[in-house]
Design a protein around this ligand. Structure first.
Ligand SMILES: [Zn+2]
Length: 397
């Protein structure tokens, strides 16, 4: 499947004007007072009022009063090869997620690879191969950070140094391989961190036959950078263990679609009470036994907003700026210098909500009218969301 994005013309400048609502992805300042965003060569170069900006010599999109939000980030996916997943034997799942507003994905391990090697040279080779192939091939234009090796017994510091030198930046979920004790996991996570490799730990009950329970004591001892699916993947820890992870760690609290929704709401409530909402990030944990969810991140935003008493503009930050900051990504926020990844959305047709934010707060999914990745249009009206009331259009040049 090729990526036939609309590339900006000439100087590779893209202007999006007539934006009705500009959401920044930043919890501290979620709504910006601006109606125009400009990108050059895939990076945001200006955010402001159209009357103050030069919008000539560019591909121009009329947002037609819709909302612009940063491209959504799925913090937890399990890709394997291109746009195919063997987990549910499905093709095109990443492109489908792009139609759900996801412009960036982070692998939590290519663990569904048939015959996944568990010897050390094999697992390193597989991680480097995945890093290379997903850098070179971007289904739907989605940027996928992949090549996430799973920890196995016998790995030594030199292995992490070698992986980092080869371009590996993330570990697969700790606990999915043979390393299932906190002491060994902590040592390996510390080595990874020393060489700039970020770590995530599986939290909760086994996901599929063959994986195992990781409880709060192991999560705290390992001290990985991201507490992966703190709401279980799928089976959640008891409530007191989840609140202990919120209180006793300062690491990212990742909530996933393929987890326990009540535990997700408990995590959100606890993080709010601790005034640590910045730690909460969103993923789907797909493909998995529950399948893939092209609208999974949007569904999490609506669910957390509607049932978790969280204004929609803040819920969107969990899937954008929060994830970008916790994971050190160059996207997720509307500010100069960031990757020009945008989703233009509006209230779905016939939503009971008065406008986009109100419709999300009511629990409805928004309608997507355009997805932009690295300053290029990847999709216009989404084939997967309910239809947006208004959709942007490319202005004929
Ligand atoms: Zn997991």
């Amino acid at each position: 499947m090729s990526h036939d994005a609309v590339k900006p013309a000439g100087s590779k400048r893209l202007v999006i004007r007539n934006i009705g609502l500009l959401l920044s992805g930043d919890l501290d300042r979620p709504i910006l007072d601006a109606d125009t965003v400009i990108s050059t060569d895939g990076r945001i170069t200006a955010v402001g009022r159209e009357k103050d900006l030069d919008i000539t010599n560019a591909t121009v999109v009329d947002a037609r009063g819709t909302a612009l939000v940063p491209g959504l980030i799925d913090s937890h996916v399990h890709p394997v090869a291109g746009d195919w997943t063997p987990r549910q034997n499905q093709l095109g799942w990443i492109d489908s997620c792009m139609h759900g507003g996801v412009t960036t994905m982070v692998s939590a391990g290519e663990v569904h690879t048939p015959g996944r090697p568990k010897d050390i040279v094999g697992l390193k080779a597989m991680a480097i191969c995945a890093q290379r192939s997903f850098t070179a091939f971007r289904p739907g234009g989605v940027k996928i950070y992949a090549g996430a090796p799973v920890l196995e017994h016998g790995m030594v510091e030199e292995d992490f140094k070698e992986l980092a030198a080869a371009g590996v930046t993330i570990l697969g979920e700790v606990g999915l391989g043979s390393v299932k004790d906190g002491k060994t996991a902590r040592q390996m996570v510390t080595w990874a961190r020393k060489y700039g490799i970020q770590s995530t730990i599986h939290t909760g009950g086994p996901s599929i036959p063959g994986s195992s329970l990781i409880d709060k004591d192991m999560v705290l001892e390992t001290d990985a950078d991201v507490i992966g699916h703190v709401n279980g993947g799928h089976t959640a820890l008891p409530d007191d263990q989840i609140t202990a992870l919120c209180e006793k760690s300062n690491r990212a609290l990742e909530i996933v679609h393929n987890g326990n929704e009540r535990a997700a709401l408990l995590t959100l409530r606890t993080a709010k009470e601790l005034k640590q909402l910045k730690r909460v990030i969103l993923g789907t944990d797909s493909p998995a036994g529950s399948g893939v969810q092209p609208l999974g991140i949007l569904r999490m935003i609506s669910m957390l907003s509607a049932l978790g008493d969280l204004p929609a503009e803040l819920a969107i930050c969990l899937a954008t700026g929060n994830t970008a900051r916790m994971r050190g990504l160059d996207c997720g926020l509307i500010e100069s210098g960031r990757a020009a990844n945008f989703v233009l959305m509006d209230a779905a047709q016939h939503s009971a909500g008065k406008n986009l934010l109100d419709s999300i707060r009511c629990g409805d999914l928004p309608g997507i009218g355009m997805v932009v990745i690295d300053g290029a249009i990847s999709a216009q009206r989404s084939r997967n969301t309910p239809p947006a009331t208004r959709v942007p259009e490319v202005v004929p040049s």
